[in-house]
Design a protein around this ligand. Structure first.
Ligand SMILES: Nc1nc2c(ncn2[C@@H]2O[C@H](COP(=O)(O)OP(=O)(O)OP(=O)(O)O)[C@@H](O)[C@H]2O)c(=O)[nH]1
Ligand SMILES: [Mg+2]
Length: 718
């Protein structure tokens, strides 16, 4: 492959709903540009982009795949991404390192929920979007309906570049209103005949051409003037206008294809080579200090690793974008995130598994390297004179969690290594070894997402794993004040143990001072808060420890032991063994023994007094509540609402957005366990949702009873 300069490189993300035809299109582009000699199909599992065994087995894309093609002296770097919401992390990372999104639509279904979600990501990232209406050969394809839907959703900025003369099995001709030509294919597709527009289509083509010229002119003042003077623009001027429109998201061009039969693909690549902005026309990236880093080949070298895979016979492959400067083989770079040195032994331009070695890649380009020692996704490698770090990719929150375990206990350690590696490959697989729950919790984007991971571990690493219902990180707290005392006394031969602690517990509320007098059973307790310590707890909330000892009934040196005893109980709450939070403890009285008192005695006395007081203070269990937002087609709102209500959800609202409905609710984590699966079965996969932690709230009385019983039963067993 020839060496390309920054102004000859275009980076494009292939995005779109699952099944719209991205991988099939990629195959056709690779074939037409001569990278591959035969076109594979998704059904036969021999495409360039779906090369992982799991993808062949399931018949859909799981990992994004990078491929580069040369077209009209431009280098087009594409990233084929999975369309399923379960793999949104890949689409988001691809959008972050490319400059334009090619959004593929299925002409049968038009704008799907997947389209809308993905479009929203392009909006957040301010990336240009080109729509490609694919599968025009399908019998129920309806091109005009798709364009109408696009306009309804994205307004007048949606402008047709092409339209099909016929749709369905007969599809083999389309009119290009930029070129003002008709493209016609033989049944085998590939290179079209380029013909004059037939008389029957001329009126429609002319009308659409006019709309396109005007839309192109609108993005540039000079073009607008020229358009007013002469009533038209040259092809070059139109391109300049389209490019300007893409950059500002002032125009969303629409093109046509039948990727399966390789029709429209060559013209699409020509359009991309001519119109997609080059890297330095797009807004600069900023490093973590906020400094703009231009894709300048003359600046010091910085490359950002956005993807890592582990491949048979090759090991770890790091995919990167050159943020500035030039990366060369034989060079030593510094891993800014680790402080370590890395030798770049080989550089590749890739097309799936096919790799072509190159000696250098310039700013703006995308490539791969192998055998780096300690580099993960998200790291930056710098050459001399650069000290950049980048962290611009924001992955979506996890929304499906399972406890994961090796079937054989002996494999546990190996499993943790594999999981760490899987996380490096896909950062949306999140692994947490929870000390609290005594489980390894794997979180991801959905059931599919986790199933894929299981498939890979079992098939590639030959290690059997199982998923379990994850435990819920409950919390305990108290709702009124209570008092207790406890004497720890032990006489065993030599020196004994003695410690006595009297304390009051009460709910902790920010800003509420300790009272001077507390009353229990008609008896008054005077409090003198001599020392108040606030301890923010690792697991949320606070423990406030008040020393109100007067007259030296307990030596100051024993106070830390009492606190330690209480803290031990906070870590394993008296009700269900969950973490306790938001408690104020006032130690106001006690007794010592001149010989037998020691730290251990006061620790035990403190712990037991606290336990007893806690149990008498109307203790309650708290559960994590999550904010949930569901985007779904209107026809499913009733069913999904019903499903949410059966999950103890509190529905907070419903809004209509363009083309879909949005339900907002608060739902206990416990009830969200299989929500993504239920949602996808209710809506046939046409909905998506996000979840994020909101707060801890009291569980209803019946749930608390059930939890207490479960805990008791479990304890009796142990
Ligand atoms: N008839 C017809 N079938 C197509 C066309 N494009 C893709 N297909 C078929 O549609 C199915 C899905 O295509 P893919 O290329 O896997 O779709 P994708 O967008 O990559 O899907 P994900 O990887 O799940 O996001 C495959 O069976 C393709 O052969 C087309 O233009 N016409
Ligand atoms: Mg695919």
């Amino acid at each position: 492959m020839k060496a390309y300069q920054s102004n000859e490189i275009k980076n494009i993300a292939l995005i779109g709903s699952s099944g719209s035809g991205k991988t099939t299109l990629a195959e056709a582009m690779l074939f037409e540009s001569g990278v591959i000699k035969r076109r594979g199909t998704v059904a036969s599992g021999n495409t360039t982009c779906d090369y992982f065994p799991v993808e062949k087995e399931y018949g859909y894309t799981v990992f994004s795949t990078i491929f580069s093609v040369e077209w009209n002296d431009k280098k087009l770097n594409f990233i084929d991404t999975p369309g399923s919401d379960d793999f949104a992390g890949s689409a988001i990372s691809a959008l972050n390192v490319t400059d334009t999104a090619l959004m593929v639509l299925n002409a049968q279904y038009g704008v799907e929920v997947g389209t809308i979600n993905l479009f929203r990501y392009t909006d957040n990232l301010k990336k240009p979007v080109i729509f490609l209406v694919n599968q025009l050969d399908k019998d129920s394809a309806d091109y005009d309906a798709v364009v109408a839907q696009l306009k309804e959703n994205y307004g007048g900025k949606v402008v047709q570049i092409q339209y099909p003369v016929q749709v369905g099995a007969d599809f083999h001709q389309m009119i290009d209103v930029l070129k003002m030509k008709m493209y016609q294919w033989k049944p085998e597709g590939g290179t079209p005949e380029i013909l004059e527009i037939p008389a029957s289509e001329l009126d429609k083509a002319t009308e659409l051409h006019k709309i396109l010229v005007e839309a192109a002119a609108e993005n540039d003042e000079q073009l607008m003037e020229k358009f007013f003077d002469e009533g038209t623009l040259t092809e070059d001027e139109m391109r300049a206008g389209i490019r300007a429109g893409l950059i500002t998201r002032g125009m969303f061009p629409v093109l046509c294809a039948d990727a399966e039969r390789d029709m429209g693909v060559r013209r699409l690549m020509e359009f991309l080579a001519n119109n997609v902005p080059i890297v330095n026309e797009m807004p600069a990236y900023t490093n973590t200090t906020g400094k703009a880093i231009l894709p300048d080949a003359k600046a010091p070298t910085s490359v950002f690793v956005f993807k890592t895979t582990v491949e048979p016979h090759l090991g770890r492959v790091s995919y990167f974008k050159v943020m500035s400067g030039v990366i060369k083989t034989g060079e030593d770079l510094t891993n800014e995130d680790r402080g370590s040195k890395e030798r770049i032994s080989q550089l590749f331009v890739v097309a799936g598994q096919t790799r072509t070695e190159v000696s250098e890649l310039v700013a703006g380009d995308i490539g791969a390297t192998v055998k780096l020692k300690d580099v993960s996704t998200g790291h930056t490698l710098n050459g001399k004179g650069a000290d950049n770090k980048f962290d611009f990719i924001k992955y979506p929150n996890a929304k499906y969690r399972r406890a994961i375990k090796a079937v054989k206990e002996a494999d546990s350690e190996k499993l943790m290594e594999i999981l760490a590696r899987m996380h490096a490959e896909d950062p949306t697989w999140v692994i947490e070894q929870s000390k609290e729950l005594k489980q390894t919790i794997l979180s991801g984007q959905g059931e599919f997402h986790l199933k894929t991971l299981k498939w890979r571990i079992e098939n590639n690493d030959k290690l059997l794993i199982e998923f379990h219902e994850p435990k819920i990180p409950y919390r305990e707290t108290i709702t009124k004040s209570a008092r207790a005392d406890y004497r720890h006394k032990k006489q065993s031969g030599g020196s004994g143990q003695f410690g006595e602690v009297h304390l009051i517990v009460e709910p902790y509320q920010e800003g509420v001072p300790v009272a001077e007098i507390y009353k229990f059973n008609g008896q008054e307790f005077k409090i003198q808060a001599r020392d108040v310590q606030e301890y923010p707890l690792e697991w949320g909330g606070k423990l406030v420890f008040v020393n109100s000892i007067t007259g030296g009934s307990i030596d100051a040196r024993f106070m830390p032991a009492i606190l330690k005893g209480i803290m031990a109980r906070m870590e394993q709450g008296p009700l269900t063994g969950s973490y306790a939070r938001d408690v104020r403890v006032i130690v106001y009285e006690g007794k010592m023994h001149p010989v037998d008192s020691n730290e251990i005695s006061f620790m035990l006395a403190g712990r037991n007094a606290f336990s007893e007081a806690f149990k008498n203070s109307a203790p309650k269990i708290l559960e994590p509540i999550y904010n949930v937002e569901v985007a779904l087609p209107a026809e499913y709102v009733g069913d999904v609402m019903g499903d949410l209500q059966s999950r103890r959800a509190m529905i907070l609202g419903m809004n209509s957005e363009k083309g879909y409905e949005k339900l907002v609710a608060k739902v206990p984590l416990k009830e969200l366990s299989n929500f993504s699966t239920a949602l996808s079965s209710i809506t046939g996969g046409r909905a998506s949702f996000t979840q994020s932690f909101a707060a801890y709230e009291l569980v209803p009385a019946d749930v608390q009873d059930k939890l207490l019983k479960e805990y008791e039963a479990q304890h009796q067993e142990e």
